[in-house]
Write a protein that binds this ligand. Structure first.
Ligand code: SAM
Length: 160
């Protein structure tokens, strides 16, 4: 079975953050892109594809692990303007998304050591993706939460 994160076409947007990792970042008010039948939740309030979380007003502290593929940068752009939250995406540091919404705009990033074993929608922990992951913090409090999370990796303050 092909468990590659990017090559698994049918399920590629449904790779879920391990709850044991998200919990290290503290409590979130909103996950704007949560599965319709989630095996677990990362935030108090959740939008799904039926709501179209991208078109909604976001509020409070946001946790964002966006649908991967085309259009992903729109989610990062929205979090940048919202200014309060933490995102998890692939560490593709050369991309337009990184240069338009992260390098000059985020407060801090944490490159995850090793590869994250994401969960499948069934609640089972699936294979590792074909790329490394990075957490991105917008807002000083989120930078601090990332710094103190205990998640193994390399933390970088971008607003020094
Ligand atoms: C990579 S998964 C992450 C799920 C969850 N946020 C997590 O971290 O465990 C992306 C999720 O976005 C959902 N999604 C896709 N398009 C969406 C939209 N327009 N509005 C809200 N959710 C959407 C998918 O159904 C999928 O569950």
């Amino acid at each position: 079975m092909n468990t590659s994160f990017e090559r698994c076409k049918e399920t590629k947007v449904e790779w879920l953050t391990p709850p044991e990792l998200a919990i290290k970042l503290g409590k979130f008010d909103l996950d704007p892109c949560s599965p319709i039948n989630p095996p677990f939740l990362h935030a108090k309030n959740n939008f799904t594809i039926s709501d179209d979380g991208l078109s909604k007003d976001w509020f409070g502290r946001v946790y964002l692990n966006p649908p991967y593929g085309r259009g992903m940068e729109l989610w990062l752009e929205k979090l940048k303007f919202h200014g309060n939250g933490i995102a998890l995406i692939f560490a593709r540091t050369e991309t337009k998304c990184f240069f338009d919404h992260i390098w000059n705009d985020a407060d801090a990033i944490l490159f995850v050591k090793g590869r994250i074993r994401f969960y499948h929608i069934s609640g089972i922990q699936a294979g590792t993706p074909g790329a490394p992951s990075v957490f991105i913090a917008y807002g000083k409090e989120n930078a601090l939460a990332l710094k103190n999370s205990g998640i193994e990796g390399r933390y970088l303050d971008l607003k020094l």
